[in-house]
Design a protein around this ligand. Structure first.
Ligand SMILES: NC(=O)c1ccc[n+]([C@@H]2O[C@H](COP(=O)([O-])OP(=O)(O)OC[C@H]3O[C@@H](n4cnc5c(N)ncnc54)[C@H](OP(=O)(O)O)[C@@H]3O)[C@@H](O)[C@H]2O)c1
Length: 255
């Protein structure tokens, strides 16, 4: 089956699709003719641009807004998703941020809760919200976006973020075991350092240069390169891949 025909009648929800990896993933699904729900938090204009790209390339969709740092925000987004009347075929739990680099001794419980809710808890409950529809159809795919930080403890000030990203890999395996008998696949993509707004916000050029120099491929990754792996994990070309975390890091860390 061609990717074009495989996704043509599918509804894909991508969190954090206004920028970076999520935006490129939305664009790829648009090229494949899917109906894409483009979630964003603050970047309404960018989300609208992503939806235009989706439509221009043959797909369709809509935008939904939601702040995923609080459970109230997660519940509100879930209610908006239900309000669309669409059953989700593919969920990409991509929204994430370290919010602000903070040394462990300066961490407040408020910041901890925000980082964990955005990077872990929201993915758990969004998955829980869409899974009954997938179970009913006996098919569905969830791809979680982890991070190399989940394996190496993260850069300076990224402790809670890295802990959440490590848990995303474990969550992927738990969900895969429980929902595999229902025809649902759950996998995780774990990017290394990818050239997106994330690093324009949280990293210096010197930090990025040193990471590129320490990467066997000699450069940072692109959002498109991660999006291609996400699309692959959602496609029938990966039908026997279940509960895995796929590293996309240019060889920076090899298992
Ligand atoms: N870039 C990397 O090197 C790298 C490495 C490993 C893992 N990752 C992971 O990859 C995913 C995408 O990152 P990216 O590099 O593409 O980052 P990005 O360009 O900064 O995009 C982040 C996306 O997440 C959304 N988001 C941020 N805070 C949010 C909040 N409070 N509530 C809801 N949505 C929120 C943003 O929405 P708005 O812009 O609309 O606010 C945006 O769409 C994240 O999970 C990140 O942790 C990135």
């Amino acid at each position: 089956m061609s990717t074009q025909s495989e996704f043509r009648d599918k509804t894909v929800l991508i969190t954090g699709a206004s920028n970076g990896i999520g935006a490129e993933t939305a664009a790829l699904f648009g090229e494949a003719g899917a109906r894409v729900i483009v979630h964003y938090n603050k970047a309404a204009d960018q989300a609208a641009t992503v939806l235009s790209r989706v439509r221009e390339s043959g797909g369709d969709g809509q935008v939904l807004q939601g702040d995923l740092t609080t459970m109230a925000g997660c519940r509100e987004l879930i209610s908006q998703i239900r309000g669309t009347g669409r059953s989700i075929d593919i969920l990409v739990n991509n929204a994430g941020s370290l919010i602000k680099r903070t040394p462990i001794l300066q961490f407040t419980q408020e910041l901890w809760d925000q980082v964990m809710t955005l990077n872990l808890t929201s993915a758990f409950f969004l998955s829980q919200a869409v899974l009954p529809g997938m179970v009913e159809k006996k098919r569905g795919v969830i791809v979680n976006v982890g991070s190399i930080a989940g394996r190496n403890g993260g850069g300076m000030g990224a402790s809670a973020y890295s802990i959440a990203k490590a848990a995303i890999s474990t969550m992927t395996r738990s969900f895969a075991k429980e929902f595999s008998p229902h025809g649902i696949r759950v996998n995780c993509v774990s990017p290394g350092t990818i050239d997106t707004n994330y690093h324009r916000t949280f990293s210096t050029q010197a930090m990025l240069d040193s990471i590129a120099a320490a990467t066997p491929m000699g450069r940072l990754g692109t959002a498109r390169e991660v999006a291609e792996v996400i699309l692959f994990l959602c496609s029938c070309r990966s039908n026997f891949i279940q509960g895995q975390t796929i590293e996309v890091n240019g060889g920076f860390m090899m298992p």
